[in-house]
Design a protein around this ligand. Structure first.
Ligand SMILES: Nc1ncnc2c1ncn2[C@@H]1O[C@H](COP(=O)(O)OP(=O)(O)OP(=O)(O)O)[C@@H](O)[C@H]1O
Length: 739
């Protein structure tokens, strides 16, 4: 369902009351008194006080619970001009040290001139009863701060730069912000403020900053490299970056190289030579990849293979567990116990978890402290359930903190390493280079590392080709399990997954077992079938719970069989609107009590409680159920796998319905039953590893709905996401160096 197009409207009025303000992102809800009415205005407008005059541009939205609201995308602010509005403005606590009664006394003396006096002749405030010399100076300082921020917001809003960037700039440069920005508007693009390059361009044009200025070219190069990290590249070949930058910035080769070389000298960019080709990095990615390669080199140098015979220990383990490990499993166990670092890889059913269990158990028997981590909460839960050992997310293990610039850091690092002698990381295919760098930094030098993952799964969301590079680098011991165990062979999910990864067509003719194909050649009937499977057929035939056990996974977000439309349709089928049921809305979805939802961003501020324990942080990919929506308190209550979470409605856009999810979001999770619609659509999304990843999410039942031809096309489309990175080469250098 598409939102009808809305017209941009304007409102002008005086702020009667601020109802809500979020300091982090500047989101505000206020009542605006216009000539005709009082309107509720919402938006990321920054801190605004009662009594201010606003001109806002935006549109009316209808909120099922909150009613009609004006959602402002642009705002111009004027200081209050009448004595009454100035009193209101000061009474609201804008300036610390001035409350309602002092505000009244000041306004009684200076009337309409009050703000003028406070800004330019603050010493006059001394005449007011209750304002000492010291207090007068404090007020003057506070006024200067607040007025500079206001002026900055107003200045930047002319260029449609939202208030949150003004707030971040002010945190950096304080009352000098305007000078810094006018000197170099591209300074706003740095990581501390994070303004998109195009927005800084608008400001720079009005400041007549030359197109070939050094600041612009450097910011442009950083922008292009950053954009490419979103496509998975940790670096770009210079022979690609140069023409791309010249075209994008409209500059010549000479200007490019002059600035490029300067940036290398200033360590604003880094270069790595791979054969005849140079690769260009942003500092953080260069530091991450070279740190990983160097650290691995150290680990391997200091952990020469031990000649201790582990076979007897493994024999004992076999007796205890009543199992016979096959030879590669034994080799994996020996390698894990005798080497500082290893990678254990293999497809579904090849015995990774069984092997890992033996490794952990034998390490514990040696009295070693083992920690187990996974990249997402669901992946951590899965490995905990499978091994019986507690696993945490990597973020939780490292303990997230924020520095004074509100940038994410970790408590554990070189100075405060993790207390463990062995670290196991599962689902390594989802770990990116930046996170892995942090993890390695937090390990004591003698800590052993066991990395487990399936390198045929989709690569990490963050940039890099980590698992593949570690395997292909040639210097780390890698055990790739290949044999599908008998139990697993009986599952068509497992055998078909292996066929898919080998590039063979899956067996779609099965009429029993756990893997089914149901042909539908048009999107609407396919969508209807998906709904009836989830609502009626699978619950009836197998006793699956439609919300807890069944997951629809789709390659695309858009289209009839994309995640958005499927979610809307599945919500209507599984949790339809009821008169008395609370609802709240984002641009994409209407949420109801009972809905299955997914968090789509890491949010470190949200608090939760579980079995008397308290914690913070709901992370990208966490799935939950809405228990309650409380409009008056701007809160929902969501149950994320037992973590009961008061969820602020002003961050509701971080939430999506999760009846259907994309393959990318499903990574690291497993579900009892999975339904995958595959029919037609965007070629880029229909390739082998994507189908493989989706199919391997199912534990007991998998149903493919759609076109056999399209499924086969996917199997034969072996498009591996080509990601630029030099880690593999850095590791290979080490391998060659050590020979
Ligand atoms: N040495 C063995 N002898 C007999 N059965 C085994 C052995 N190793 C593993 N299995 C069995 O094979 C099946 C798959 O093993 P396991 O779950 O360890 O594989 P996996 O690679 O972790 O699979 P997945 O990635 O799908 O979780 C399980 O039923 C397990 O009990």
């Amino acid at each position: 369902m598409q939102e009808p197009e809305k017209r941009m409207l304007r409102l002008e009025g005086v702020v009667d009351k601020v109802l809500f303000f979020n300091e982090q992102n500047g989101y505000i809800v206020l009542e605006l008194e216009t000539d005709q009415s009082i309107e509720t205005v919402v938006g990321e407008l920054g801190e605004i006080e009662d009594g201010e005059t606003l001109l806002v541009e935006g549109e009316y939205i209808t909120h099922s619970k909150f009613g009609t609201q004006f959602k402002a995308s642009y705002c111009e602010r004027k200081l209050p001009s009448t004595a009454e509005n100035i009193r209101k403005y000061l009474s609201s606590g804008t300036i610390s040290g001035i409350g309602p009664s002092l505000a009244k006394r000041i306004v009684d003396v200076f009337g309409d001139e009050t703000l003028e006096v406070m800004e330019h002749q603050p010493e006059k405030l001394r005449t007011i009863k209750g304002i000492s010399e010291k207090k007068c100076q404090e007020i003057a300082r506070e006024v200067q701060k607040i007025f500079s921020l206001r002026t900055l917001m107003i200045y930047l809003s002319q260029y449609h730069i939202p208030a949150r960037y003004a707030m971040k700039a002010f945190q950096q440069w304080g009352v000098n912000s305007r000078d810094v920005i006018d000197g170099n508007p591209y300074a706003l693009c740095g990581e501390l403020v994070g303004l998109p390059f195009q927005k800084a361009e608008v400001l720079a044009r009005s400041l007549r900053i030359a197109l070939d200025s050094d600041q612009r070219i450097l910011a442009g190069l950083q922008y292009l490299l950053t954009e490419n990290t979103f496509s998975g590249h940790t670096c770009l070949p210079l022979d690609k970056l140069q023409p791309l930058s010249c075209k994008y910035l409209g500059i010549g080769e000479q200007d490019f190289y002059a600035n490029y070389n300067q940036a290398l000298e200033n360590q604003q960019l880094y270069e790595y030579k791979k054969g005849e080709r140079e690769f260009v990095y942003l500092p953080e990615y260069y530091i991450a990849e070279s740190y990983i390669a160097d650290r691995i080199k150290v680990i391997l140098e200091f952990s020469a293979p031990e000649d201790y015979d582990y076979e007897a220990l493994i024999d004992l383990e076999e007796q205890e567990k009543q199992i016979k490990y096959e030879s590669l499993q034994r080799k994996a166990i020996t390698t894990a116990l005798s080497r500082g670092l290893m990678v254990l890889t293999g497809g579904p059913g090849t015995g990774k978890t069984t092997t890992l269990n033996a490794i952990i158990s034998l390490y514990e028997k040696q009295g070693k402290k083992v920690l187990i981590a996974a990249p997402t909460g669901r992946a951590a839960k899965r490995i905990s359930d499978l091994t019986g050992y507690e696993a945490k997310t990597i973020h939780r293990l490292l303990e997230v903190q924020f520095d004074s610039n509100e940038r994410l850091t970790f408590k554990h690092n070189e100075k405060d390493p993790l207390d463990c002698e062995v670290l196991v990381v599962d689902e390594m295919s989802m770990v990116d280079v930046l996170l892995f760098e942090h993890l390695l930094r937090a390990l004591k030098l003698h800590c052993r590392i066991v990395l487990v993952g399936d390198s045929d799964q989709l690569p990490s969301v963050g940039a890099g080709n980590l698992l593949r590079d570690l395997i292909d680098g040639g210097c780390i011991p890698v055990i790739a399990l290949q044999e599908i165990f008998r139990q697993a062979q009986q599952s068509c999910i497992v055998t078909n997954a292996h066929r898919i990864v080998r590039g063979e067509d899956p067996d779609l003719m099965q009429k029993q077992n756990d893997f089914f194909f149901l042909q539908r050649l048009k999107p609407e009937p396919a969508c209807e079938l998906v709904i009836s499977l989830c609502r009626d057929r699978l619950p009836k035939a197998y006793g699956f719970d439609p919300l807890n056990d069944i997951q629809v996974i789709a390659p695309a977000r858009k289209g009839t069989l994309g995640v958005i439309a499927l979610n809307q349709a599945l919500q209507e089928a599984l949790n339809p609107k009821k008169k008395s049921m609370a609802e709240c809305k984002t641009a994409l979805y209407t949420f109801r009590v009972g809905d299955k939802v997914m968090q789509t961003r890491n949010n470190y501020d949200i608090l939760w409680k579980k079995d008397g324990e308290q914690g913070t942080g709901i992370f990208n990919g966490d799935i939950g159920r809405i228990l309650e929506i409380n409009r008056a308190q701007m809160m929902a209550t969501i149950d994320f796998d037992g973590r009961i979470t008061p969820y602020p409605l002003d961050v509701l856009d971080q939430l999506e319905l999760a009846y259907a999810i994309t393959v990318h979001k499903s990574q690291g999770s497993e579900f009892e039953a999975v339904v995958i619609p595959i029919l037609g659509g965007f070629e880029k999304l229909y390739y082998r590893n994507l189908l493989y990843t989706a199919v391997t999410r199912a534990k007991k039942l998998l149903i493919l709905v759609g076109s056999r031809k399209k499924i086969e096309e996917m199997v034969h489309n072996n498009r591996r996401t080509n990601r630029y990175s030099c880690l593999r080469h850095m590791l290979m250098q080490h391998e060659q160096g050590s020979n």
